[in-house]
Write a protein that binds this ligand. Sequence first.
Ligand code: SF4
Length: 368
Amino acid sequence: MSNDWMRLAQRALDGQPPSADESLALLRAPDDEMPSIVAAAGMLRRRFFGNTVKVNFLVNIKSGICPEDCHYCSQSKLSKAPIDKYSLLSGDDILKAALRGHEFGARRVCIVASGRGPSDADVGHIATAVREVKSALPDAEICACLGLLATEQAAELHDAGVFAYNHNLNTSESFYGDICSTHTYADRVETVGIAKEQGLSPCCGALFGMGESDEDIVEVAQELRRIGVDSIPVNFLIPIQGTPLAGRWALTPTRCLKILSLMRITNPDRELRIAGGREHHLRSLQAMGLLVANSIFIGDYLTAKGQRPEDDIAMIRDLGFEILGEAHGETRPSVQDESAGESRKEAGIALKSRDERLSPASETGATH
Ligand code: SF4
């Protein structure tokens, strides 16, 4: 069988993605096929991204108080999870958090706000903050993730220096109604299109482990290819206590690797990012995930603790990979740098200590 997976990858290289049946066969392959599947997907990863890893850093600038009912999300109106709730951070706090991410090698800074979508005043505030971040970190790629977006808002963000806009499809159109009723799959596709039309790089991915079928996974992988996204965050559900999906632990590490491999073989030259839930679901196989994906979040997620950035950087280096940007002479802290480790305590959301803002019951991933 291993030759079949490599043949599938070779065909993807020639511009022909796997059929639905081939994709289902990959997802349903016995676990002892997993190393061959990863090798085939890894060939594509090497071809398009060499040995580089892009490091991304999340800044959660507004948390909770969302009127939407996304079942996976600890910030939704349905959630009883005891998360931190706060309105938009000040421009200074956004800049401080972005600088912290940059210290750890983050090329992309993802500015995320909860809610159905931003008001025009929110967009104005964020645009001003982005100008400050770009002035301090001209090489940083700024990605905004603010929910459903209007055309003028997308244009304003682009003018301010936002590079990418994240809005995830999360799952297939067929399954979408099972995880959210307050907006539609079509709403999400529309926002991705608006961002793209206004010159923002479309960042759009999915969340797995919510009870979707294999067919749903194949459908969303193919849809992301069809709508032409540039980067694909792959989230694995953290079934948060207090949300409708609490207790739904449906994934295994090998299942996650097969999903990542399918996303790569279907979208061979797109930036594939391992996002929320990797520590819980890939567990000791996290490093194998980077043989397929070329991009990773470092540090904490929206309201979830990630593993220590020092450990992530060590994992990247142990694999023989280099962090995108380092090759150009930028300096990064040593993984043994104690002061750098301290600064992490303030990374991410409210600039409080981790213990103050995190508990196992309050975790959520990187999706919105
Ligand atoms: S995913 Fe976004 S839109 Fe949905 S409930 Fe959470 S914050 Fe609101």
